[in-house]
Design a binder for this molecule. Structure first.
Ligand SMILES: Nc1nc2c(ncn2[C@@H]2O[C@H](COP(=O)(O)OP(=O)(O)O)[C@@H](O)[C@H]2O)c(=O)[nH]1
Ligand SMILES: [Mg+2]
Length: 248
């Protein structure tokens, strides 16, 4: 077999390499830590740890920058990354987008924690803008649910209950009932830090940088951009409006 034919026959077996997100559809990459329940078991504060959160925010920043994204949202051990609708990044190839986003998050977190960790990644594709708003409201409600559950679980554990018993006690309880349980343990859910209840959002902010013209000495201003990490996200319709602004 000629080398060219051999090469072609081998490349044909890279069966999914040509898979691309449809043009014009919104793309969101969701990156998630692998087995982080186990990884966080011994050396992090429960249910929330500031150093852990810093690592997630740092990885979100790296992703936002490297992927020229519009918005990154992080809660727990996951990051959602919204790309511009017309993004041509990696020619919209699914394999490249998911493997490189997982690789970048893994290396960023490994450096931060000084311990090898892995992430997976998946691609969400939304043809309609409304679906993007719904996506982020969905992840934010997951943040809120996990926050309440996490606090209840660890309060029960600290009160001496076994893992099995604490899990069983929370099973089937409504949001209101869990709120009440937490209140009985001295915590008002609404007083917990917002980043824990609602997650954190990162996006680009423009600002004016004062300077001077080296030749004339005249004062100048240049517009620069920097990443802002918003730990005070709105929720509900306010959050949908906030996401709409990020999509422009
Ligand atoms: N101790 C601690 N654990 C955290 C924190 N944030 C996330 N986690 C853990 O990360 C897990 C993430 O959930 P999930 O992705 O479903 O679990 P995984 O499949 O084990 O990675 C949570 O269940 C927590 O155990 C934190 O701030 N502190
Ligand atoms: Mg995980």
């Amino acid at each position: 077999m000629k080398f060219d034919d051999f090469e072609k026959s081998m490349r044909e077996l890279e069966a999914y390499h040509s898979l691309r997100a449809l043009p014009g559809a919104w793309m969101i990459l969701r990156i998630d830590g692998r087995s982080f329940s186990k990884f966080t078991e011994s050396s992090f504060e429960k249910p929330f740890d500031a150093r852990f959160h810093e690592g997630m925010v740092g990885a979100s920043q790296r992703l936002l920058r490297e992927f020229s994204a519009l918005y990154a949202y992080t809660e727990s051990d996951e990051i959602s990354l919204l790309l511009p609708r017309d993004s041509r990044l990696f020619d919209r190839e699914v394999e490249k987008l998911v493997s490189l986003s997982a690789g970048l998050a893994s290396s960023s977190l490994t450096l931060h924690f000084q311990c090898e960790v892995h992430c997976d990644s998946r691609l969400w594709v939304g043809p309609r803008s409304q679906q993007v708003l719904e996506y982020f409201r969905w992840r934010q409600s997951d943040a809120s649910r996990c926050c309440l559950n996490g606090w209840c679980y660890w309060k029960l554990r600290q009160a001496g209950q076994s893992a099995k018993k604490a899990t069983a006690q929370l099973k089937g309880r409504s949001f209101a009932q869990k709120n009440e349980l937490l209140f009985q343990h001295g915590i008002n859910f609404n007083d917990l830090p917002r980043w824990q209840r609602r997650g954190s959002g990162l996006y680009w902010q423009h600002y004016e940088k004062p300077g001077h013209n080296p030749l004339t000495g005249a004062a100048t201003t240049t517009t620069r951009r920097r990443i802002f990490c918003d730990e005070q996200l709105p929720m509900g319709d306010g959050y949908a409006e906030f996401i709409r602004e990020r999509m422009c």
